[in-house]
Design a protein around this ligand. Structure first.
Ligand code: NAP
Length: 296
């Protein structure tokens, strides 16, 4: 039987609609409109596309979005000064610094400068540290990893006591996803580029999250029958039949996986749309924190 498709696009649309409604309600209560500042440093074309998509999504949800662009040669001091300014700006509830930063800038220091209560990307060392600690609550959880968790929930996956395997250990996806799965009481194995015999490990996974950035890395026979598979990968592969000359594929060989998995996310239309929806949700949360709410 073919796996059930986890429709990230539809789930994300619903989430965005919910955010939009809540933003509307805020205006009727004379509460401030949530504001997101985006910061791009340098000329990375992919970063520009991502930020534009995030700004458009903000506008559609009624969230104020203010873009800042700094040149590739911007100094550490200039970047930190801009963030300090945004930290002080009451119209701005969330600050998103698009990564990766140009070489020469200290990413950790930049992220450390963001006011914890405006850290809508959840990458501030204190938020990540809290995520890793039992009994501590981060103010924000990174968007892509929390989107993965929503998709697992929507798919009805049982996490408690399950074997979960995460492929990839990056700061932005693999590691926070692993931490979230541990918090959900799964037994988590993290695989990376030095892991031996990955297929032997994934074949035991009831939950499989792939975030390696290699097209169709996970083959059908690596997957346990009935597993829930979340494919975070977004990879361009050449395709002459397309006008663009390429198509997007995930880290999982989708057609093969479809025959064996219990549920799977497509690429595109799976995790990608969730990332933006969760960012909007985090921005709304930041505005509610600024209202003086003690949020759980
Ligand atoms: P990354 O920073 O490049 O990390 C890749 C991870 O995969 C690393 O931990 C690396 O191991 C591991 N890896 C690389 N080759 C491997 C191999 N042969 N076997 C096992 N593990 C291997 O990538 P990322 O930022 O986490 O992104 C991963 C994928 O998700 C990319 O396709 C990216 O485009 C996509 N992505 C999608 C979204 C979305 O919204 N949908 C958001 C972010 C990222 P080491 O640590 O040992 O190097």
């Amino acid at each position: 039987m073919a796996a059930k498709l986890i429709d990230g696009k539809a789930i994300a649309e619903q989430l965005r609609e919910d955010v939009k409604q809540q933003v509307k309600e805020r205006t009727t209560k004379a509460l401030p409109i949530p504001g997101l500042a985006t910061v791009i440093i340098g000329d990375n074309p992919a970063s520009k596309v991502y930020v534009r998509m995030k700004q458009k999504a903000c506008q559609e949800a009624g969230i104020l979005s203010i873009g800042h662009e700094l040149p590739p040669e911007a100094s550490q001091e200039e970047v930190e000064a801009l963030i300090q300014e945004l930290n002080q700006d009451p119209k701005i509830h969330g600050i998103l610094v698009q990564l990766p930063l140009p070489a020469g800038l200290d990413e950790e220091k930049v992220l450390n400068t963001i006011n914890l209560r405006k850290d809508v990307d959840g990458f501030h060392p204190i938020n990540i540290g809290r995520l890793a600690q039992k009994g501590r609550e981060p103010l924000f959880v990174p968007a892509t990893p929390s989107g993965v968790m929503v998709l697992l929930e929507e798919a009805g996956a049982v996490l408690e006591g399950s074997n979960a395997v995460v492929l990839g250990r990056s700061n932005i996806v693999g590691m926070p996803v692993s931490l979230l799965l541990v918090r959900a009481n799964a037994t988590v194995t993290i695989c990376h580029s030095r892991t031996k015999d990955i297929p032997a490990i994934t074949r035991n996974a009831e939950i499989l999250v792939a975030a390696v950035g290699i097209p169709e890395f996970v083959r059908g026979d690596w997957i346990k029958s009935g597993a829930t598979v979340i494919d975070v990968g977004v990879n361009r592969v050449e395709d002459e039949t397309r006008k663009s000359g390429y198509r997007l594929v995930g880290d999982v060989a989708f057609d093969e996986a479809l025959k064996i998995a219990g549920a799977i996310t497509p690429v595109p239309g799976g995790v990608g749309p969730m990332t933006i929806a969760m960012l909007l949700r985090n921005t709304l949360r930041a505005a509610r924190l600024a209202d003086g709410n003690n949020l759980k």
